[in-house]
Structure formats: structure tokens, C-alpha cells
Design a binder for this molecule. Sequence first.
Ligand SMILES: [Cu+2]
Length: 626
Amino acid sequence: MKTLVRSCCWAILLLTSGMLTSPVLAQSYHPGLIPAGTSPGLPKVVINDNRTPGGTYREGVLDIDLVIVEADWRIETEDGPGIRLMAIAERGKAPSIPAPLIRVEEGTRIKARVTNSYPDSTITVYGFISRPQEKDSGVELKPGESHEFDFLVGEAGTYFYYLKKGLRLGRKTGEYEQLAGAFIVDPPGGSPPDRIFVINIYNSPVIPDEYLPGRVVGLTINGLSWPYTERIEPSVGDTLRWRIINASKRGHPMHLHGFYYDVLSRGGISKDEIYSAENRRSVVTELMDEQTTISMEWIPRREGNWLFHCHLSFHVSPDIRLPTADQSGHDHMAGLVLGINVKPGPSDLISVGEPKYVTLHANEFSSDSLSSYAFSIVSDQPPGAFREGIPGPLLLLKKHQSTFVTVKNHMSIPTGVHWHGLEIDSWSDGVPMWSASNGMVSPIMEPGAEFTYKLSAMRSGTFMYHSHLNDIPQLAGGLYGPMIVLEEGEVFDPVFDHIYSVGWKVPLPSSIEEWDLNGTDVQPNMTAHVGESHRLRLISIGPASVARFWATRNGEPFPLRAYAKDGADLPLNQQVEMDMSPFIGAGETMDYLFTPDEPGTYVLGIGSDPTFGWSQTWTVLPVGEE
Ligand SMILES: [Cu+2]
């Protein structure tokens, strides 16, 4: 599990090195870059929206013939910069990214021919197997070699296939995350209407220093980078079924704005677990590990503009755009973002009773730490007090009560605030100049400006608010805070209810000291009594933080009970006890219950694992003892 953290840091380092260097000269471009406005005369990559299956189907057999060709991939527009790379084509057709869709019903036989057209490299082919299987060990093809795969597809599910340049056990070259396509097996008679979105990444292989300024990175959903990705245009009340395929070798916490989605399955290249109805959980963010798939279902219940995006700031930062991209008038994001424009229709929001009014100040300050922004309720604090204001103040909302939050920007930078996990009007969702409905839009709040958001609270649970502009410095700088929605009549009691907000103090932390838990380096010691139930609410909101809970009693593992995820209670059969919780990624929350059953010294761990995290000591006393 440690590899998740490590590979995530690795990805961050690779994906941000371009930001840390000076503007590039033409002669220093990486050879993989095709500068804007130029053409190397290679076949153009066709953007594959995964609506049309490849191959030829006849009487229960799908024939498909795949080759690899050198190609020209434009991840923005035809006249923007491109990437020179290898891509998969059906023989006689243009290459595509994602690679050609393979989609058949159960019982189909696949006859696939794959040819290694690299002149000088072996490739390994994965995914041409009968499912399920524990593991796909791949088939190696020497330069010029072809292989005929002939197999029955096996069980219905969401899978993928990919080609890797190099030997089966060879070093990662960086050149294979784009050589991947969806492999969908439908039940007999087909599936209900759905869409397939494949995440492909191109990351230039390790390159000599002189090329570093021209780093070439493409992060795409169905072959395109935001804001050039497809717009989805549903109506209120439509049922949307999406299959998300993370063909990349990185994890992505995939976050939906404004609505919950049900996770229907989680799988990978060789097997898929399809959840029964009572096992489906509702989330606003699901952490997809590298090379995994999910299928999801959701219903847009309000008009306006929404996003489905990776919550790793580095995968949606405008800094990841290719060199020579036209920066004029460009968006505040790039990469793994999908836009959803829900057509006008009736809203599901409920507002009961008198609204509540809150003013939130966004402050800038200097301190010896590198964090320099914080939200506060009080505007005039002594210098230095703001550091204690990270995370920002807890906002307590009541279910079905509207809360108007006026944010005043006292900083020297523009910002915008997203009310993460809330089912809310689009114009209040807080993505600057994108969230819009009812004739209003979430603005960019310039220095000195203010804006009033209307928060709706449709379910009780654990949420967060955070900057949605220039995320990397603003999240690392401290512009986030916890938010809890209470049921009617419920009271927040800090004796039994505990928030753990995990963030980062610097844009690229290298040690746990540069992560942040509740804005303090020393976790307070706690006292509890036998039989009490304490609710532990974990919020992960660093630019790329991953975190989890674990606990011990007198040095031995002690179970915690899973309770909620992203503000939605878990299905009953997932409310189970465990010694160590699963990881949550940036933009996820989860609640666990800690119920000590005998006196002793307990330790609660928060972080990645006992070597990379924080420990909090809990002294548990017999009932009645102080
Ligand atoms: Cu990502």
C-alpha cells in the first residue's frame, strides 16, 4: 500500500518539473513534442469517444487486427501542440487514443491479431484473455512479430487491454499508458445505455537534462485534455451510467460535483467485481488505483454546469499543458476534467425554515512555515493567529436549512470556494467562471472582492470546503476547512466527535513534517471511557494527499468500525470492523467509529502507515472514573 504514496509522489515530481523551470527555447524541446502549428507528417491520432466498437463481428466471433504505428496526437486542438508517440490502430485505419474499443457480449469468441511494428523493441501484450483470471502475465512479441489470440471472453464486466514497450518484467519506459483501450463484456442481450471514459496518460520517458524544460505530458479522458474534453449534456432526471477505465499507472480520486454517484463495480484488467444492489455505496469521490476500472450510475437532479475530475491538483493544473500551447484566454484547469452541462429542469433542493448567515474571511499572512493563507470567521486577528486557522473554521450546517456564506477576499491573490460534497445550486458550486445556473455564476473573487454562496444541505455527514482556483499553492497554502451537516435536533459534541483534516504545508512535501494534520505538529492526548463511541471524521485535502486510520490497544491492533464515506452512510454490509482502514485520496472523507471496550492505552494512527503518519494517544478509563 506504500507504493500508492510513493507512486503518487513520483507522479507529482514528474508532472511538475516543467513548472519549476524557465521558459523554453525552441531547440530544447523534447523530441516527443510537436510544437503548435507544425506537422511532422505522421498519421493523426483519431480521438476515440468509445461509442463505436472496433473489429468485425460475425456469428459469435469478433475479428480484430491491431498494429502499432508512430503517430501525431493533439490533446487540445488540431492546431495546438501535439505529441509524437506510438499508438494502436486497426490495420488499414487511423490510430486512435484510447485504443480501439473492444465490446462484445458474453459467449463471444475473440480472434485478435496483434503485430509489433516497432523495429527495435519487444512489446508485451496484456488483456487478450478469458475473464476472470487472477492475473494476466502478458505475451511478449519481438520486433516484427505477430500473435493470434483466440479465446472466449468470459464474464461480463469493465476491463481494458494495453501494450507495453519492453519485456514482460522490463523497466517501465513511460510509453504504454497511451497504448490502452477499453475491453467491455456485456451480459447476453446487452447492457443499458452507457458511456465509456478511458484515462490515458503520456509521460515522456526519463530524458537527458538538456530536454527537461520541454517535458511532454498528456493527461486525457477519451483522448483529450480539459477544456477540450467532451461536454456531456444530460437532462435533469436522466440516469447516467459511466464506465471509467484508468489505464494509467497512477491513482486518481475521481470527484463528481453536486451529486452523489453509486459505485456499481470495481475491477481491473483481468477481473471485475460487480456489486449487488445492497453493496453499492454512494460517493462524491472514488479513489481509483492505477490500472483499475469502476462503473458508476448517477442522476443529475439540478441544472447547470458541473465537473467530474481527478482531485489530484497536479492532474488538473494548467501547468501541465504542453510547451507552445496558446495560453491566451485559457482556462484555470487542464488535464483530467470532464464538463457536464445539465439542461434546465426542476431542482431537488429543499430549504426549510429561516436561513443562516455566515461571513468567512480569506486571509493572507506570513509566517516561518510556507503556508500563507487561512479562512477565519473573525476578520481582525493579531498577526500570527491565522496559522492556527488552518484548517479553516468548522462550518456546522443543519440538514435542509439554507446557509448563506459571504466570502471576503483579503488576500493579494484571486480565489473561489467549492463546497465539496454538498448537493447545491450550480452557481454556488464555486468553480470560478464555470459553475452557473439561474442566471448566476461563481466568480473569480479578485483581491478585495466578496461573494455570497448559498449552501444547501441535503444529507448529514462530513464535508469540506476549499479553494477551486490555482489549487496547488492555494490548497498547500491552507485555503480549506471542514464542514459538518447535522440532522435536525443533532448537536455537534467535540467530546465524541473528532475531525482529522489532512493537508500539505508546501506544494511538494518530501516528509510527513511537511504534511499537515489539523494545523498542528503535536496531536493532543485524548481521554475516553469504556463503552463510549467516538466518531472519527477523516478529510483528505492536500493537493495529492492519501490517508487512512488504524488503531492499537496496548500495542495490539484494535478494530475501528467503518461508518460513512463522503457524507453518505455506508451500506450496512460495508459498516465492518477493521484494524486498518482503506486509503482515501484527495477530495474524499470517511467516518469511522472508535468504541474502546476495556481500559488501557490506545493509539490512533492517521496517515499512510505507522512509519508515515501521526499517532494520537487515547487513555481509556473505566466508566465513571475521571
Ligand atoms: Cu489524477
